[in-house]
Design a protein around this ligand. Structure first.
Ligand code: ZN
Length: 414
């Protein structure tokens, strides 16, 4: 999927703006002597932008449009160091809502739907992104924000909510609660739009079976508008990406070289029309691939596959590269086990140790026997045997935001 002439023209417009604003990337371009790019090869030689560059620009170093045009900022969570501040112009806010509306439309959501929004509002892009898209569509929103499960369920029943927007972890928590109370017949949900977290097939199956809803994955990241830059097509796992606003590349995360369509690698995104904080060749650290075949729906928007993980989720244990996704794939084969898991990696007596906690479904299982078989399955997939501990359902922490499933204790000082 080479960059088109139309997209190149838009990139050149962004290069002009960045150089003029003398932002971090404008400086990079000047240093590299780049004025314009005229073909795919030249484009692929443009320097990458990284989250660390964005952090260094704190607080407002990314601002590329004149201040009088900036109407809002958003910020990514600052769990490691300074947060990233992204300024938006009115046009950026509107473009984002147009993209998000398109996501709802692809999922078959209409202005007759009632959309309950559980992600957080505020500096974070999630809640307000879902909100603006829904308003653009003309649907009624129930802007709950996160937490307060009691009230969420009450509103879901009373408002006859038809669409649930949430993280997959929170949808699972709600599904389990609804199942526990036996109130499925009072729930009117038809669709779930899940954002901002990678999830396993098993989790999806559980949410779908309890709530009886069709699920969609929405893609996005704060640095690039927020959620809503792509969504999976009904009946497909692949997600269409709005290439009139964004250009997507897949690179080898180690070498930085572009990979052919179909190969797995790191997603790199260029914003084509963003004004407040345009980004060129931004490394997302999300792992996916471009799906080379045309979608059955016949639409031309390119597709990326389900996000397999993050380049920084990769765990190096005993010299082997392990992705959480591989553990999820094994988990999916075990009928006896739930979708939740936790991986703890520690370093004891000069050796790496991987412990995996999994939850048994309700019913009577021989925990030790199931755990033994699970450990065997992991060994045959990744090459070494972990310590597996099967626990009762509900023991592992559930989260209203993103669940933390991998805990690396090797470098903690005690
Ligand atoms: Zn499609």
């Amino acid at each position: 999927m080479k960059i088109s002439d139309k997209q190149l023209e838009l990139v050149n417009g962004r290069i002009d703006a960045l150089v003029e604003a003398d932002s971090f990337y404008g400086k990079k371009l000047k240093a590299a002597g780049v004025k314009h790019v005229s073909d795919a090869e030249e484009f692929e030689q443009l320097p990458f932008s990284e989250k660390s560059d964005l952090r260094e620009a704190y607080p407002l170093g990314l601002m590329t449009a004149p201040e009088e045009k900036i109407v809002r900022i958003h910020s990514s969570s600052g769990t490691t160091g300074l947060p990233v501040i992204i300024p938006y112009t009115a046009k950026d806010v509107d473009d984002w809502a147009i993209m998000f509306k398109r996501c709802y439309e692809y999922a078959g959501v209409t202005n007759k739907d009632r959309i309950q929004i559980t992600p957080g509002y505020g500096l974070w892009t999630a809640g307000i992104g879902f909100q603006n898209g829904a308003e653009k569509l003309g649907a009624m929103t129930v802007p709950m924000g996160p937490g307060n499960t009691e009230k969420q369920i009450q509103m879901m029943i009373d408002m006859k909510t038809t669409v649930l927007c949430s993280t997959s972890s929170y949808a699972l928590l709600l599904a389990e609660e609804i199942e526990k109370r036996g109130i499925q017949d009072k729930i009117h949900l038809k669709k779930g739009i899940m954002g901002s977290e990678r999830w396993s097939q098993k989790m999806r199956d559980k949410i779908q079976s309890v709530l009886g809803i069709e699920l969609f994955d929405i893609y996005g990241l704060t640095e690039i508008y927020g959620p809503g830059i792509g969504i999976n097509c009904p009946g497909e796992t692949g997600m269409h990406i709005w290439d009139d606003y964004l250009y997507v590349e897949i690179i080898d995360p180690q070498t930085g070289k572009n990979l052919p369509d179909g190969e797995w690698g790191e997603i790199v995104i260029t914003t084509l029309v963003k004004e407040g904080a345009p980004l060129i060749r931004y490394r997302t650290h999300d792992m996916s691939r471009i799906i080379p075949d045309k979608c059955h729906c016949g639409r031309d928007y390119p597709m990326i596959d389900v996000i397999k993980g993050r380049t920084d989720d990769m765990m190096k244990i005993k010299g082997v590269n392990v992705f959480p996704n591989q553990i999820e794939e094994i988990l999916a084969r075990f009928e006896e086990l739930n979708s939740e898991y936790q991986i703890r990696i520690s370093h004891l007596d000069g050796k790496d140790t991987m412990r995996i906690y999994v939850e048994a479904k309700s019913g009577s299982y021989d925990f030790q026997e199931v755990g033994g078989r699970f450990a065997e399955a992991v060994k045959s997939k990744i090459g070494f045997t972990p310590i597996v501990k099967v626990v009762e359902i509900g023991v592992l922490p559930r989260s209203e935001k993103k669940a933390k499933r991998v805990i690396d204790e090797r470098y903690d000082s005690e």
